[in-house]
Design a protein around this ligand. Sequence first.
Ligand SMILES: [Zn+2]
Length: 354
Amino acid sequence: MNQVHFSPDQRPVYQQLSAQVNQYFRQQGIAKSGDQRLYRKAILIVLLFTASYAALLLLPSPWSLAAWFIHGIATALVGFNVMHDGAHESFSASRRLNRLAALTFNLIGSNRFYWAQKHNRNHHSFTNVDDVDEDIDALGLFRMSPHQRRFWFHRYQHLYVWLLYTLTSLFWFFALDYKAYFRQKIAQRSFSHPLSIADHAEFWASKLLYLLVYVALPLTLSDSTTVIAGFLLMHAVLGFLFAVVFQLAHIVDQAEFPQPDANGTLSDEWATHQLRTTVDFATQNRFLTWALGGLNFQVEHHLFPRVSHIHYPALHKLLQDACAAQGHPVRSYPGLWAALKGHYRHLRQLGQHD
Ligand SMILES: [Zn+2]
């Protein structure tokens, strides 16, 4: 396959939007990174994460299962609010703090190097493009893009996919990470650079740490049935939350799936591509905005990944007007339920029609 790329023309849409966003931050006199609001939230989430971990170790069964369940939610909150911003270097103005925030991914099961390649490099550049964006590759188990082959069982995918989502993080941490590591590429796109010795060491250290923290240590304090049940329960919660939150931004009936031409060239400039493939949801919902780390403002996030999510609600109106003026209105579902229905309709359509 040819390397996929955007057309090398000027980028008037992006230049216009970024000029307006830069002007906003200048006028407000504030930094684009996170501030006290984000740090307070991060401390609260880390406390929940630590307390639920202590509880799953120390409580007797079946109460410990409730702690495993809550720990699954806490882990998702770390991913949405701390790791994701850290990996985009938007958590803080401090490089060290961003690195520390990104490193939380090594503790919760995956690896920051893998995430940087999969998410920052592939997904954020070539959103919803087959063979590059691994987020739309379900290995044929279900069909997310109209350019993927349809099998007979996809007819029911809008029903069974919700069950598969509970396996997302298990599959990711125990299969996809290793697949990427040994192939040195994500989807059909090679890593940006070969792994250094430090990268190799970090990969294996984080995988070992995970097994120590989530299998070996719990087994010294609880029976194996409880640990296995708790571990699977935690992953069911985590996997479901990870999958659904990310699916609602791209795998919905308002999003598009552009394909490159025979030379690998995509027709739009990068910002226009993001506006066609990405959708906001529930932007008025303050609880979701807090809990999801701004992942309900994915249009804002895809256009300005280096801006911390705490600024997205303020940027929303500005970008709505600016994007509409550029002829590419921000796509959005008014609420969570509307977005879930948009996802359901998209899967049903792709499962039943070519
Ligand atoms: Zn991102």
